[in-house]
Design a protein around this ligand. Structure first.
Ligand code: HEC
Ligand code: HEC
Ligand code: HEC
Length: 112
């Protein structure tokens, strides 16, 4: 009995530690800037993707991994592809969500 009493808080701590990692990735905004040079040339800021905003509206499997590989920076996203209905353009097409003509709504990251 005593052993179990000691074990339970330990298990709770382990569970908390295990949960701590994905929290930062899944709840935070994701900055997309692998194409930073082209974006600078075009005069737009890096992209700030509000992951949580989307997560509460769609199930994970809507996006992962049919639209986006589950790893920050692993998707080769260009505006041409978005305009052709890939990646963000699967929804930002004027039907499910607003069209990708409002540059600053996505290119809104204030940092570098
Ligand atoms: C509307 C689309 C969308 C939905 C829904 C969505 N995600 Fe994502 N997720 C993304 C995008 C975009 C990225 C960033 C990919 C990149 O950087 O190339 C991402 C990245 C991630 C990452 C990687 C983060 C990192 O730092 O490597 C994880 C983990 C993740 N998502 C988990 C989830 C889980 C769990 C759910 C459901 C609860 C979910 N996502 C729902 C679009 C979505
Ligand atoms: C599965 C569909 C889906 C995908 C994929 C998707 N979005 Fe969205 N997004 C939406 C919907 C729906 C809204 C809400 C539109 C509205 O309010 O009219 C939205 C809203 C937004 C907003 C505004 C959030 C706010 O606070 O109002 C931003 C910014 C955004 N999306 C960026 C992106 C970027 C960047 C990508 C690609 C990396 C992306 N989205 C991919 C469906 C999607
Ligand atoms: C729905 C969200 C969204 C909108 C709206 C949007 N973009 Fe993007 N854009 C992205 C994402 C995501 C990337 C990929 C960023 C990365 O991975 O570095 C990107 C990449 C780019 C790039 C670099 C890659 C390439 O295709 O050359 C340029 C330049 C760019 N955007 C310009 C624009 C301009 C100009 C507008 C307005 C006409 C615009 N974007 C509107 C999401 C968006």
């Amino acid at each position: 009995m005593k052993k179990i009493a000691l074990l339970l808080p330990l298990l709770a701590i382990i569970a908390l530690l295990a949960a701590a990692h994905p929290v930062s990735a899944e709840y935070a905004d994701i900055i997309l800037k692998s194409k930073i040079e082209s974006m600078q040339k075009a005069g737009v800021k890096p992209v700030m993707f509000p992951h949580w905003f989307h997560r509460i509206r769609f199930k994970c499997k809507v996006c992962h991994e049919d639209i986006f590989i589950l790893k920050a920076g692993a998707n080769d996203i260009t505006m041409k592809k978005i305009m052709e209905g890939e990646f963000c353009g699967k929804c930002h097409n004027g039907l499910i969500a607003w069209e990708p003509i409002y540059c600053d709504r996505c290119h809104s990251y204030q940092g570098q």
